[in-house]
Design a protein around this ligand. Structure first.
Ligand SMILES: *[C@@H]1O[C@H](CO)[C@@H](O)[C@H](O)[C@H]1NC(C)=O
Ligand SMILES: *[C@@H]1O[C@H](CO)[C@@H](O)[C@H](O)[C@H]1NC(C)=O
Ligand SMILES: *[C@@H]1O[C@H](CO)[C@@H](O)[C@H](O)[C@H]1NC(C)=O
Ligand SMILES: *[C@@H]1O[C@H](CO)[C@@H](O)[C@H](O)[C@H]1NC(C)=O
Ligand SMILES: *[C@@H]1O[C@H](CO)[C@@H](O)[C@H](O)[C@H]1NC(C)=O
Ligand SMILES: *[C@@H]1O[C@H](CO)[C@@H](O)[C@H](O)[C@H]1NC(C)=O
Ligand SMILES: *[C@@H]1O[C@H](CO)[C@@H](O)[C@H](O)[C@H]1NC(C)=O
Length: 372
C-alpha cells in the first residue's frame, strides 16, 4: 500500500515537472528565438531559419516527454543484473578495471585504430583543423569551426553557436572534408604546409560518451522498431550486443550501421593511426565540475591559433551561457541509466573492454570500483 502511494506521488511529481518544463519552453519558444545572442541581436532572422528553430524546439519538447516517461524506461530495465563477471574477472578487488585487457586478455577488448567516418571541419583563416566525433560537444565544435570559417557571415545570418544543430547547419559542404588531401587541393597548399596547421580534437570520457549516446539514441529518439541493436531502451541488451559488434568489427569486417557510427570507439575515427600525434586533445565530460576547465582549454587553444579576442569572447559567451547546455532535458533518464551502469561491474566491464584503447590513447584513467 505504502509503495503504491509513493509511486502515485512520484508520478504526480514527474507529470508536474513535465508540465512546468513544457510551459517554460512554450514561453521561450516565442520570446527568445529572435535575438539569440548580444552579438547578433540586431539581425533579422530569415523565416527559413526561424522555422528551423521552431522545429528544433518542438523536437526538444517531444524529447522531454520521452525522457521523463519512467514507466517506459523501467519497463525495459527490470532484469536483475548478474554479479559475476562474464570474463572471469574478480570484482572483489577494486582495482579490477586496471587488470583487464592485459597480455592475452587484450583479445577480448576492442582493437585500436580502424577507419570509420572521419569528419574534418576547417577554418582556413586561422589555419585550424578539427576532427569531430559524434556527438553533442562535436556539434558545438562544428558550429565554432563554422563561425571561425567566416565570423561576419555567420553572425549576419542570425545564427548562433548554441542554436546551431547538425541538420540545417550554415557551413554544410563549405568547410567540411573527409580527407586532408581534399584540403590541400581546396586551399592550394602542400601537405607539408597543411601539417603545420593546428589540429584540435574534443575527446570525451568513454563511459560518459556511451551513456550520453545511449540516452540520446536509444531512449530520447526511438527511430525504428529495431532501434539500438533491437534492444530498444534495454541497457543490458545494448551493452552486450554492442560489445559483440565492436569485437566483430575489431577482428573482422568493420560494420557501419547508424548505431555503430555513434558507439564505436573514438579512436576508430579521424585516421588516428597516422594522425593522432598532431592533435591537441581537449577532454570533455558531462561532469559540471569539468566544464570550466574545458571551456578554458578550448578558448586557450583557439587563442593559440590567433583567433581575435572579440571572437573568443563570443565563443565563451555561447559556451558558458548557452541554452542548449542549460536545458538538461536528459538529466533524469541519464541519472537512471548512469546509476544502473555504474553500480553494475558486470555491465561496466563490457564498456571498459569496448573502449579500452580510448582510455589508453586519450589519457583517461580507468576508475577504481569500490563495491558497496
Ligand atoms: C529588421 O526588420 C525590421 C522590420 O521589418 C526593419 O525595420 C529593420 O530595419 C530590419 N533590421 C535589419 C538589421 O535588417
Ligand atoms: C509512456 O510510455 C508508455 C509505454 O511505452 C506509453 O504507453 C505512454 O503513452 C507514454 N506516456 C507519455 C506521456 O508519452
Ligand atoms: C578475489 O580477490 C579477493 C581480494 O583481492 C581475494 O581475497 C579472493 O581470494 C579473490 N578470489 C578469487 C577466486 O581469486
Ligand atoms: C546533447 O544533445 C541533445 C540533442 O541535440 C540535447 O538534447 C542534449 O541536451 C545535449 N546534452 C548535453 C549534455 O549537452
Ligand atoms: C597555388 O599555389 C602555387 C604556389 O604558391 C601558385 O603558384 C599557384 O598559382 C596557386 N594556384 C592557384 C589555383 O591559386
Ligand atoms: C533486457 O535485455 C537482457 C539481455 O538481453 C534480457 O535478459 C532482459 O530480459 C531484457 N529485459 C527486458 C525487460 O526486456
Ligand atoms: C559476430 O560474428 C559472428 C561470427 O561471424 C556472428 O555469428 C555474429 O552474429 C556476429 N555478431 C554481431 C553482433 O554482428
Amino acid at each position: 500500500m505504502a509503495s503504491r502511494t509513493s509511486s502515485v506521488l512520484q508520478l504526480i511529481f514527474y507529470l508536474s515537472v513535465v508540465c512546468g518544463l513544457l510551459l517554460f519552453f512554450d514561453f521561450i519558444n516565442t520570446k527568445d528565438i529572435i535575438g539569440v545572442s548580444t552579438y547578433n541581436k540586431a539581425v533579422n532572422i530569415s523565416s527559413r531559419l526561424l522555422s528551423l528553430y521552431e522545429k528544433q524546439e518542438k523536437e526538444r519538447q517531444r524529447s522531454l516527454t520521452q525522457l521523463t516517461n519512467f514507466s517506459f524506461i523501467y519497463s525495459y530495465n527490470e532484469d536483475q543484473l548478474p554479479e559475476q563477471s562474464a570474463f572471469g574477472t574478480n570484482f572483489s578487488n577494486p582495482e579490477w578495471p586496471r587488470s583487464i585487457c592485459t597480455d592475452a586478455d587484450v583479445n577480448r577488448c576492442g582493437e585500436k585504430f580502424k577507419n570509420v567516418d572521419t569528419r574534418y571541419r576547417v577554418s582556413e583563416k586561422y589555419n585550424t583543423i578539427s576532427c569531430i566525433i559524434q556527438k553533442n560537444m562535436s556539434t558545438m565544435l562544428q558550429a565554432i569551426m563554422c563561425f571561425l570559417f567566416d565570423e561576419d557571415k555567420f553572425l549576419a545570418s542570425g545564427r548562433s553557436l548554441n542554436m546551431e544543430a547538425h541538420e540545417g547547419r550554415f557551413c554544410l559542404n563549405k568547410n567540411e572534408f573527409s580527407t586532408l588531401k581534399y584540403m590541400t587541393k581546396k586551399f592550394n597548399v602542400t601537405m607539408d604546409i597543411l601539417k603545420t596547421w593546428k589540429y584540435l580534437l574534443i575527446i570525451r570520457d568513454p563511459v560518459d560518451k556511451f551513456l550520453s549516446g545511449f540516452v540520446d539514441k536509444c531512449v530520447r529518439k526511438t527511430r525504428t522498431e529495431t532501434y539500438c541493436n533491437n534492444c530498444q531502451s534495454n541497457l543490458t541488451c545494448f551493452v552486450l550486443t554492442e560489445y559483440d559488434r565492436i569485437m566483430n568489427s575489431s577482428y573482422g569486417r568493420v560494420s557501419h550501421t547508424f548505431e555503430d557510427k555513434h558507439f564505436f570507439p573514438q579512436n576508430w575515427h579521424c585516421h588516428f593511426e597516422s594522425e593522432l600525434e598532431r592533435y591537441q586533445l581537449i577532454r570533455y565530460s558531462n561532469n559540471p565540475l569539468h566544464k570550466e576547465s574545458f571551456i578554458d582549454n578550448l578558448v586557450t587553444a583557439l587563442k593559440d591559433s590567433n583567433v581575435p579576442e572579440s571572437s573568443l569572447a563570443y565563443i565563451k559567451e555561447q559556451l558558458v551561457g548557452g541554452r542548449t547546455y542549460h536545458v538538461t532535458a536528459d538529466s533524469e533518464a541519464r541519472a537512471f541509466y548512469e546509476k544502473r551502469l555504474m553500480s553494475s561491474p558486470f555491465l561496466l566491464e563490457y564498456v571498459f573492454r569496448m573502449y579500452y584503447w580510448d582510455y589508453r590513447l586519450f589519457g583517461f584513467e580507468l576508475p577504481i570500483i569500490n563495491q558497496e
